[in-house]
Design a protein around this ligand. Structure first.
Ligand code: SOE
Length: 381
């Protein structure tokens, strides 16, 4: 029997621990972790059940025993760490946004191609069985010709001026905050389900909380402790985007991290000529299919879904699955690609991370110029 893959994790916050659990579920050996301090790394290694704490990211990357490096750090470290891990011959799973700029993301795609290693980005919402079902209904022609895509991705964890997080600081999180962090997920999902690329955008941005009291760096989805001095904010709390795809499908999305009561509400509707399809990631056990005569709610019942959907359903109907199951399926597919050399259908790679970086840069350019911008032609324009 082949030995289990050895995985190392750089970053042990909320998302780092999600990666560790998914890797364990996929059968990896949890070789070690790196955190922002050696003490935190030791604590995380104990809590998460990893073999050891490394003193630095370079120590982990330099360990010839490790096969796969998971990068779960603040955004500004993604590019340098992913480049070093690929150069050291590691397979890489790098959190989104893959890079702070289109140019950096393009460099990583080239580095991944040169290395021949597997390089993926966790656009994990692709792994909901009912997302695959919606994709299948459009592919099979059952829903008719796609005309419109619209929806929103809303959170409230950055609602108040004393809500702080490293993402607020453009030097650590990048010039775009809400859009790069969660709008990128929505656009990836829209493109994945529709199999169409977003090619033009028109955007407006909102900084609803222009000054924030800085805290301790703040973990995602928690309020900052010890709120300190105020500083000006230059990353957006919300973004409104109109877009057009390569086939002329029109769309719009509202992205916000300041919508009271909304925790992680990714909602997408695709309106085709015969049927509208609605997926709400906070209610992921159902897909709403509307027709003029009647509307149906499709449930995540492996016995009723098409093979594309049922292959991702791990539990019988009525036993709710969710975000963690998606993450597990994504990590399992990445490891399958490492072991077999074959890319499972729908695996999001660095190329998809680059596509998200292109859209983000176009959205920022459009919001700045207040005009429509072509996604692939905006760079250095
Ligand atoms: C915070 O907004 C966050 O953790 C994102 O960074 C994730 O990608 C998203 O899945 C949930 O929200």
């Amino acid at each position: 029997m082949p030995r289990p893959l050895k995985a190392g994790f750089i970053g042990t916050g909320f998302i780092g621990s999600v990666h560790v659990r998914a890797a364990r579920q996929a059968g990896a050996h949890l070789a070690g972790v790196v955190s922002s301090t050696p003490e935190r790394a030791q604590q995380a290694a104990r809590t998460l059940g990893a073999e050891r704490a490394y003193a630095s990211a370079d120590d982990l990357i330099g360990d010839s025993d490790i096969d796969v490096v998971h990068i779960c750090t603040p955004n500004h470290l993604h590019t340098p760490l992913a480049a070093r891990a690929l150069a050291a011959g590691k397979h890489v799973i790098c959190e989104k946004p893959l890079a702070l700029t289109h140019a950096e993301a393009a460099g990583l795609v080239e580095a991944a191609e040169r290395s021949g290693r597997v390089a993926t980005v966790p656009f994990v919402y692709r792994y909901y069985p009912l997302v695959r079902e919606a994709r299948e209904r459009l592919r099979g022609g059952e829903a008719g010709r796609l005309r419109l895509m619209h929806g929103s991705y809303l959170q409230d964890w950055l609602l108040h001026e004393d809500d702080d997080n490293w993402r607020v600081d453009a030097a650590l999180g990048g010039a775009s905050r809400a859009f790069a962090d969660i709008g990128s997920h929505w656009c990836d999902l829209a493109q994945f389900i529709s199999r169409q690329r977003i090619v033009r955008v028109s955007a407006r941005k909102l900084i609803a909380v222009p000054e924030r009291r800085r805290g301790d760096g703040g973990a995602s989805f928690t309020s900052a402790a010890n709120a300190g001095a105020s500083s000006l904010v230059d990353t957006e709390d919300a973004m409104f985007v109109h877009f057009e795809t390569e086939d002329g499908v029109l769309g719009s999305v509202t992205v916000s991290q300041v919508s009271p009561g909304r925790k992680n509400r990714l909602w997408i509707e695709l309106d085709a000529s015969e049927e509208s399809l609605v997926f709400d990631q906070e209610e992921p056990e159902t897909l709403w299919c509307g027709r003029r005569e009647s509307a149906t709610v499709i449930r995540r019942d492996p016995a009723q879904l098409t093979p594309a959907g049922s292959m991702l359903a791990t539990l019988p109907a009525g036993h709710p699955e969710g975000y963690a199951s998606c993450f597990e399926a994504f990590v399992r597919d990445t490891y399958t690609a490492v072991v077999t050399g074959d890319t499972p259908e729908g695996l999001p790679t660095f190329t998809d991370g680059l596509a998200a970086a292109s859209i983000t840069e176009a959205v920022l350019a459009s919001a700045g110029r207040e005009q429509w911008v072509e996604v692939d032609k905006h760079v250095n324009a």
